[in-house]
Design a protein around this ligand. Structure first.
Ligand code: MG
Ligand code: FE
Length: 169
């Protein structure tokens, strides 16, 4: 058995690992994009937000008397590396990347929704407020990606159909 606070702490450490994965994934994407400047700029903005999220989670974890899990953080980074290598081998890399990004943001939305409920149950209003703040950033990123998927697809298709033009990134 575990108290609400123990579960909350465990999930905060999971979220910390998730944000390590997010950082690596977003950086790998932003570094490779060449021909889709709006997507690159939005990803770079979300990398900055991700650093802030990591810091906020660190503070919540420290307040509960613990520290992030090295093993969880490491395996999350490894996962992001695998995704980056896999993605770079696809001829429609930029479209697949945006799709994966949208999926990942929705995983984050689910994680922070759970954390908000857990913080409420544990009576930790500071952590609740932090997770609500982060959740808003994840929703904004997910919305942006979904809203821009059609025009990204159109830009990709136009480049893909043109002779001697690189489309994949
Ligand atoms: Mg995040
Ligand atoms: Fe995110």
């Amino acid at each position: 058995m575990a108290t609400p606070t123990e579960n909350l702490l465990d999930w905060l450490r999971d979220a910390h690992a998730m944000e390590q994965q997010a950082e690596k994934m977003l950086k790998a994407q932003a570094e490779r994009i060449e021909h889709y400047p709006a997507l690159k700029t939005r990803i770079e903005q979300h990398i900055e937000e991700t650093y802030g999220q990591q810091k906020l989670l660190d503070e919540c974890i420290a307040r509960l008397g613990s520290s992030p899990s090295t093993i969880k953080d490491m395996s999350a980074k490894l996962m992001a590396f695998g995704q980056a290598v896999g993605g770079s081998m696809m001829s429609d890399e930029v479209v697949k990347g945006a799709m994966s990004g949208y999926v990942f943001e929705n995983v984050e939305i689910a994680a922070y929704t759970v954390l908000i409920a857990a913080a409420k149950s544990a009576g930790d209003s500071k952590t609740q407020a932090v997770c609500e703040q982060i959740l808003a950033q994840e929703i904004a990123m997910a919305d942006w990606l979904r809203d821009h998927l059609p025009e990204l697809t159109e830009a990709f298709l136009a480049r893909s159909a043109a002779p001697d033009v690189e489309a994949k990134r």
